[in-house]
Design a protein around this ligand. Structure first.
Ligand code: GDP
Length: 194
């Protein structure tokens, strides 16, 4: 069955988004890193499954080895199912993503989010970055342009609306994400699914 995969750091609002998309309830605010297995759910009323991959990156109370292990599992999963994944949704927290990326950028360090974005593209998986918590961001355009810059996409962000989807999962404002996913499915001639 056709699949949309959801990846993102802990605490970006992945569970909240999953709940909005699927109507299932998810354990939000639970202990990060506990969801270890990819979980599959129907993205009603669309005709595909959405896979929630474990949160990666910094998780308080989770040691370095386990963190690396989780990341390796995510990478293996994506490699194994790349052909089946129609779209990947990389969820980031619009409020903190630039600070986090900049803090982890250096000569020997690539921030997780940036690394994941490039990895997905290397696997030829069409990727949408769902920039969540936009209800907490004052200057939307500036923030999204900065994000484009960090991801190696030439600003302004408005020309990347298939890639950059500003949303607020908590407020149920998800239209840019639906639009971007729809666009990717359309390009793959899978309009039947959405
Ligand atoms: P997860 O660890 O990625 O699954 O994150 P959760 O879904 O548990 O959300 C982490 C925190 O962010 C919770 O306190 C949510 O209420 C909050 N949150 C999620 N989405 C939004 C949003 O769109 N706006 C705001 N302001 N907070 C959000």
């Amino acid at each position: 069955e056709a699949e949309v995969a959801l990846v993102g750091r802990s605490n970006v609002g992945k569970s909240t988004l999953m709940r909005e998309l699927t109507g299932h309830s998810f354990d939000t605010g639970g202990k990060p890193g506990v969801t270890r297995e990819p979980n599959h759910y129907d993205w009603a009323p669309e005709d595909f499954v959405i896979t929630d991959l474990p949160g990666f990156g910094f998780m308080s109370g989770v040691d370095e080895d386990l963190r690396e292990e989780i990341k390796t599992e995510i990478v293996h999963y994506l490699e194994a199912y790349a052909d089946n994944i129609l779209v990947a949704v990389l969820v980031v927290d619009g409020k903190s993503v630039i600070d986090i990326i900049d803090r982890h950028s250096g000569p020997d360090e690539i921030p997780y989010d940036v690394e994941m974005f490039h990895f997905l593209r290397e696997l030829d998986i069409p990727t949408v970055v769902a920039v969540n918590k936009m209800d907490k961001v004052d200057d939307e355009d500036e923030r999204l342009n900065e994000l484009c810059d960090r991801l190696g996409l030439y600003p302004p962000w408005k020309q990347w609306q298939e890639v950059i989807a500003p949303i607020s999962a908590k407020k149920g404002q998800l239209e840019p994400l639906h639009e971007a996913v729809r666009e990717h499915l359309h390009e793959q001639n899978r309009d039947d699914l959405f």
